[in-house]
Design a protein around this ligand. Structure first.
Ligand code: PGA
Length: 258
């Protein structure tokens, strides 16, 4: 298949773990592996409830082993438009709280979307340019929305897009209220595009729990379709689906246990 100008064979691996703890530990191990193998790696780590356990474990291991991450670069996957970095529901706040502060990551290592910018297109253009300068993403960890979105690539998105502003789907607006302290109006989000996700050297999609069971089946076992954006990862040259047993419960091929 044709990805980012190169012809590469898709390889998709599914690993199913018994529970959230094992899922998280194994995901943290993959992050650790990248950081150790490539001390100047470009990481794109999603926000959300799903990766919280993996980040806690990664931070614990990195501190315990005194891993030098001063050369690692971090780029955002997405951000809510109009939500300031001081808001605990923002992706900015999440990343600082769960990764950057505990790991003492310096501002020079971080490039996020500015949720409060007035020129939205400029934010996207600068993200595209920054990613090109970095040479793309080495390792991307992403969750999946109940509607199949990855980042804010909502159902119907073109797979050709790079960083852009998305109209948030109704499911996304509703589900996302859990991140905020009070009812919050969410209309748009910045997101890396599918093109940039597909250009990442390694992608891990992580999912757990019953809310994700049906959409995981669709993303992995139904034909690739823009109506389930995560399904595009079936065509990625190096993608891994890390699941707990509950999220994997509807998969037909049960030979995938880790
Ligand atoms: P969650 O979000 O990890 O909070 O379930 C996933 C997503 O919507 O991408």
């Amino acid at each position: 298949m044709y990805v980012g100008g190169k012809l590469r064979e898709p390889i998709m691996i599914t690993r199913i773990y018994e529970d959230y703890r094992r899922l998280s530990t194994n995901t943290a191990r993959e992050i650790m592996r990248v950081v150790l193998e490539k001390p100047d790696a470009v990481l794109c780590l999603a926000t959300g409830e799903t990766p919280l356990g993996a980040y806690a474990e990664f931070v614990r291991q990195a501190k315990m082993q005194r891993i030098d991450i001063s050369g690692i670069r971090f780029v955002a996957l997405d951000e809510w438009v109009g939500i300031p970095p001081s808001n605990p529901g923002s992706c900015h706040y999440f990343l600082h709280r769960h990764l950057f502060q505990p790991l003492q990551v310096e501002p020079r290592q971080i490039h996020l979307f500015d949720g409060m910018a007035t020129d939205l297109q400029d934010v996207c253009t600068r993200m595209d340019a920054h990613l090109s300068e970095l040479g793309g993403i080495d390792f991307l960890l992403v969750g999946i929305g109940v509607n199949g979105h990855i980042g804010f690539n909502e159902p119907g998105v073109s797979f050709d897009r790079s960083a852009h502003v998305a109209e948030l789907a109704p499911e996304t607006r509703a589900t996302a209220q859990k991140y905020f302290q009070g009812e919050t109006v969410l209309e748009k989000g910045f997101t890396l595009g599918i093109r940039q996700i597909m250009d990442a050297r390694t992608v891990i999609l992580m999912a757990n729990g019953a809310r994700k069971t049906d959409i995981i089946q669709a993303a992995i076992e139904q034909p690739v379709s823009e109506s389930v954006p995560a399904s595009v990862l079936q065509q990625h040259p190096n993608s891994l689906f890390f699941l707990d047993a509950v999220a994997a419960a509807q998969l037909q091929d049960s030979s995938r246990k880790a």
